[in-house]
Design a protein around this ligand. Structure first.
Ligand code: CA
Length: 241
């Protein structure tokens, strides 16, 4: 019976899918509907604005190459007054396009072609992230729990599978920042600004990478395995759902 509950739980989520290519739109809509999400479809920016205003979706999946204007315009339009999670789904694979979309407020970025498993995981993560944000990133009791990871924000302690992991202050601050944005791809610049205040292209990224390598070693992440922290080279880091 569990799958019914699962579907019913998902059913409250409305996803606005903005995509002008009919076969991709239908493919993604089918993937989402199979999981019990309601889909609202739009094939242009102007159409999407109308649908957004009428249905107030819980999540937006946004293509960038749209016939009337660039999807980035819609991103800016939504972000003016709303934190509705937005996942960009684009054929643009350039790092700078990804960084621009993330820094302008997209929660995540998926490049075409993509698998249904990947898309659905990112959708779940973005919706989950939105629930954390609504609660200022804290679960009741000042704790964050993700699989075997537990963060006690009040005590500033982190546990993996019940064992405490000793992190430096900086390492702890980085993990906390990622946990408060769980599921969201954080660009290098966004993390560096939040942790150290300033940002300089070369030195700062190196410093972040060194800290991140230490964190991943301490929490037991290994290359090529299902890990807590995912790295997209040249773009940023995400704490995985
Ligand atoms: Ca397109």
């Amino acid at each position: 019976m569990c799958w019914i509950c699962e579907n019913m739980r998902h059913n409250k989520y409305k996803v606005l899918l903005v995509e002008d290519e009919a076969n991709i739109r239908n493919l993604v809509a089918t993937m989402l509907e199979t999981e019990g999400y309601q889909t609202i479809l739009a094939d242009s920016c102007s159409n999407a604005k109308t649908m957004y205003a009428s249905y107030l979706p819980d999540l937006i999946i946004l293509d960038l190459g749209l016939p009337d204007m660039d999807g980035m315009n819609l991103l800016d339009y939504i972000r003016k007054d709303s934190l509705t999670p937005i996942i960009v789904l684009s054929a643009r694979t350039n790092e700078n396009d990804k960084i621009a979309a993330l820094d302008r407020g997209a929660n995540d970025y998926i490049t075409k072609p993509f698998g249904s498993g990947e898309l659905l995981a990112r959708v779940r993560a973005a919706l989950r992230n939105n629930r954390f944000s609504a609660d200022e990133g804290r679960l009741p009791g000042g704790k964050f729990i993700l699989k075997g990871m537990e963060i006690d924000y009040d005590a500033r302690r982190i546990f993996i599978d019940g064992n405490e992991v000793k992190l430096t202050q900086t390492e702890y601050n980085i993990v906390t920042l990622l946990s408060e944005n769980c599921g969201k791809m954080m660009t290098y610049a966004a993390i560096i600004k939040a942790i150290w205040g300033g940002y300089e292209q070369e030195g700062s990224i190196k410093k972040l990478q060194v800290n991140m390598a230490n964190i991943r070693k301490k929490i037991g992440d290994k290359p090529g395995e299902q890990n807590y922290i995912a790295n997209e080279l040249g773009v940023g880091y995400r704490l995985n759902e």
